[in-house]
Design a protein around this ligand. Structure first.
Ligand SMILES: NC(=O)c1ccc[n+]([C@@H]2O[C@H](COP(=O)([O-])OP(=O)(O)OC[C@H]3O[C@@H](n4cnc5c(N)ncnc54)[C@H](O)[C@@H]3O)[C@@H](O)[C@H]2O)c1
Length: 467
């Protein structure tokens, strides 16, 4: 069935004459109670910052969804998000629009009328929020990287599969918009267009030190910094390590502070290594060896890695190389030539010199390599829109285009590479066992202790009987 016919089919099946959604019985899990047959998928947005705002707007655009709650620890951001949703539905002619604003996401999970949540918090919070949401029976859209660390990724997969909720990762490069090059390039590679695949060179950009020394500041009155730290070790507040107080769209400083996010290796690595593993049929695998070198920022308010060079071998003989000097994107190299795909001419960071402005984000050593697939060749699940693919997957109760098992493997590869950079020596990774072979120091970096029991993911899993 073509994707258009399939979508029409879904619409015709799920939308009644009055445009109301009839959710199939599969979704009526006891955790959520019976769903009324004539309402949309009720959604809460958790984390209303730079990406959360964009996610919420992406969800609002789809009549299958109804945003009914927002949640943030920064009261200013929370108020703005709530007002945005009210304005959106009011502009559609509704009066008395109800959108509740929450500080504590647990109150959202306790609401039986909420079916699904979008998790757009910083990376260090993903696992805890998402696992508890899954345990409450909520479907999930979780921003990439799906978790901060390796142990967390295993816990989230366990909870999602145990509770049979549908999880889409925010790996939007797997869908057709807004970036058009990744799907066709990875499909061609997967179908052997390059002959024997030899190497994939990946550019994920480069973070540079801020040039500012760490300097503790008073916590803004409208912000719950203690809770924002969550599982991470106690440390003084610095706006430059959290998020800007004067804007929502600004790049947050947590993304370059290693306690909260591991740097470009999981930031853009979660996108590009995900596409690399998908293209070479390793979406449930990973590298066997990792050899990495990197500099980490020092005496700066930021702490993530700076320059890096990483080489990873896969069991089927493909080498994956990441280097801060590579153009942002993926360069697939095989016996018959090469194919390159990227997002285009947009900058990765304001200071990134590696973006070749104006060059096609989809090109090959020979144009003929980009000829469309033949009938019968492997194709990805149609997904014109990443949010819609999630919503339709909830309705159909199927795995979406970026399913939990594959995203877990993508983030594990990123984290294993980060551990390689931290230790600066060759490592042997066993993707099936999800551990390093004979290396206690490397294995110890797969997780970290929680600051307080209330933020302890292991405890959550144990209490749920899942660990
Ligand atoms: N898919 C993409 O292309 C893409 C692009 C940018 C960012 N991201 C990802 O999106 C996520 C958010 O990034 P961002 O740039 O929007 O960060 P941000 O700092 O701008 O926003 C995060 C928000 O979450 C809130 N928050 C933190 N902990 C919370 C909690 N426990 N409960 C409720 N709210 C909480 C913060 O107060 C903040 O407002 C990250 O995981 C990031 O890696 C994805």
């Amino acid at each position: 069935m073509s994707h258009l016919t399939r979508r029409t089919f879904l619409k015709n099946t799920l939308l009644g004459g009055a445009g109301l959604v009839v959710l199939p019985g599969l979704l009526r899990t006891p955790a959520r109670g019976a769903l009324s047959p004539n309402r949309r998928i009720q959604i809460a947005q958790i984390g209303c910052g730079r990406m959360g705002t964009s996610d919420m707007e992406g969800i609002l655009a789809h009549p299958l969804a109804r945003v009914v709650a927002v949640c943030d620890l920064d009261a200013r951001r929370l108020g703005i998000a709530q007002a945005k949703v009210v304005k959106f539905y009011s502009q559609q002619g509704e009066t008395n629009v109800e959108v509740k604003a929450y500080h504590d996401y647990q109150e959202i999970f306790a609401r039986p009328d909420i079916d699904a949540v979008v998790v757009s918090t910083p990376d260090h919070w993903h696992a805890l929020v998402a696992v508890q949401a899954a345990l409450a029976g909520k479907h999930l859209y979780v921003q990439k990287p799906i978790t901060y660390g390796i142990h967390e990724s295993i816990a989230l997969r366990t909870a999602v599969r145990a509770k049979k909720v549908i999880l889409q990762t925010g790996s939007q490069q797997r869908s057709e918009k807004p970036f058009r090059a990744f799907r066709p390039a990875s499909e061609l590679v997967r179908n052997g267009r390059l002959g024997k695949l030899r190497a994939i060179r990946i550019g994920v950009g480069l973070d540079k030190p801020s040039g500012k020394k760490p300097a503790p500041m008073p916590v803004p009155v409208s912000f719950d910094y203690d809770r924002w730290l969550g599982p991470v070790a106690e440390q003084p507040y610095m706006e430059g390590r959290v998020h800007p107080q004067n804007s929502i769209g600004g790049r947050p400083g947590w993304i370059t502070t290693e306690d909260f996010g591991l740097g470009m290796i999981t930031n853009w690595g979660a996108h590009h290594l995900d596409i690399a593993q998908w293209a070479m049929g390793q979406e449930l695998g990973g590298p066997t060896t990792i050899n990495a070198q990197a500099n980490f920022m020092q005496e700066d308010q930021w702490t993530v890695h700076h320059n890096y060079h990483i080489e990873m071998m896969y069991a089927h003989g493909v080498q994956v190389i990441l280097d801060d000097k590579f153009e942002n994107g993926l360069h697939f190299e095989g016996d018959r030539g090469w194919i390159f795909c990227a997002r285009g001419a947009e900058k990765v960071t304001a200071s990134d010199p590696n973006v070749a402005a104006g060059r096609s984000p989809y090109r090959a050593s020979d144009e003929k390599l980009l000829a469309p697939l033949e009938p019968g060749e492997t194709r990805w699940m149609p997904s014109p829109n990443h949010y819609l693919n999630w919503l339709e997957s909830i309705v159909a109760h199927r795995d979406p285009i970026a399913p939990v098992d594959q995203s877990v493997k993508s983030v594990q590869t990123c984290c294993a590479a980060w551990i390689g950079m931290k230790l600066g020596r060759p490592l042997t990774w066993d993707a099936a066992a999800e551990s390093f072979t004979g290396d206690d120091a490397a294995n110890a970096l797969r997780g970290r202790p929680a600051r307080r029991p209330e933020f302890d993911l292991n405890l959550v899993m144990r209490n749920a009987g899942l660990a």
